[in-house]
Design a protein around this ligand. Structure first.
Ligand code: TMP
Ligand code: ASP
Length: 257
């Protein structure tokens, strides 16, 4: 086994030095946290499922011309990505009121929003990722006006595309969170989609029953978290069966090589 250099460790993922300059390896852990690390658990197989789901989504988005950091999946828990400079924003796109917007604005969860709404949070764990406006973002130089414009346009395209993709799997895309990075190519800098898109970072409801198929199962102690993630993967055609032998073999694979 080769010891690799760890670049960064987050709550659900680790970044290692990649095989070539400008690349990194993104490792998906089984760790789940909520409410800024107050609630913690290890959910066997979650990392494997998120790796597979995020690979699938990123490849679909690459296919429609959204630039992403994703290069290829290496194994059950790791993917090769381009090294980018993360823009310190959590970009949230909402179609239906749920979670913090429902609480903050007193809207009943499940109420369709008049149109898709984009929100920005400043990525800072110590502060609990506070909601910020474009004024804050440009005044504090977290991103330029041009980057904000690009981010909004890409996020709305991602929302349109993923709404359709999930609808085809009988899943309602209630909301999601994405992150972007700066990709330096010589003199040029490009804004690209980074991080992951998985049931950790989306709200996904069964189209007919409203059953939650995302991290809210963990946040709200509903149980069956990895089973729900596996159901999403199964419906998208990524894995064959939910909760079967395939998942068990996933969860045993913790290899970092
Ligand atoms: P919120 O309603 O709690 O603000 O969450 C909005 C969306 O963002 C939801 O799909 C969950 C996702 N999210 C993250 O990916 N990371 C986070 O730290 C939080 C708070 C939310
Ligand atoms: N990822 C965040 C945390 O740990 C919160 C969340 O997803 O609810 O704490």
């Amino acid at each position: 086994m080769v010891k690799r250099r760890k670049i960064y460790e987050g709550k659900a993922k680790i970044l290692y030095e990649g095989p070539e300059p400008g690349t990194l390896i993104q490792y998906f852990k089984d760790d789940a946290t909520a409410f800024n690390n107050e609630k913690r658990a290890v959910l066997d197989g979650k990392g494997v499922l998120n790796n597979r789901i995020s690979e699938f989504v990123m490849m679909q988005l690459n296919g429609i011309g959204i630039p992403t950091h994703f290069l290829k999946r290496i194994n059950m828990r790791e993917q090769l990505i381009r090294e980018v400079e993360i823009i310190p924003l959590e970009v949230i796109c909402r179609n239906v009121a749920a979670g913090s917007i429902a609480k903050r604005l007193g809207i009943e969860e499940g109420t369709p929003l008049p149109r898709s709404i984009i929100e920005f949070c400043y990525k800072k764990d110590e502060l609990g990722d506070p909601l910020v406006s474009e004024e804050h973002i440009t005044a504090f130089n977290w991103a330029t006006h041009q980057e904000i414009d690009d981010i909004i346009a890409m996020t709305l395209r991602i929302n349109d595309f993923l709404t359709g993709l999930f609808a085809g799997a009988q899943i309602k895309l209630v909301d999601f969170k994405v992150e972007y990075g700066r990709l330096y190519e010589g003199e040029m800098v490009r804004t690209v989609l980074a991080d992951e898109i998985s049931p950790d970072s989306c709200r996904l409801w069964d189209m007919t029953t409203g059953e939650k198929l995302d991290k809210d199962r963990f946040r709200r102690d509903l149980g069956g978290v990895t089973e729900a993630y596996a159901e999403v993967a199964r419906r998208l055609g990524i894995i064959k069966e939910a909760g079967g032998a395939e998942i068990l073999s996933f969860s045993q694979d913790k290899s970092e090589e």
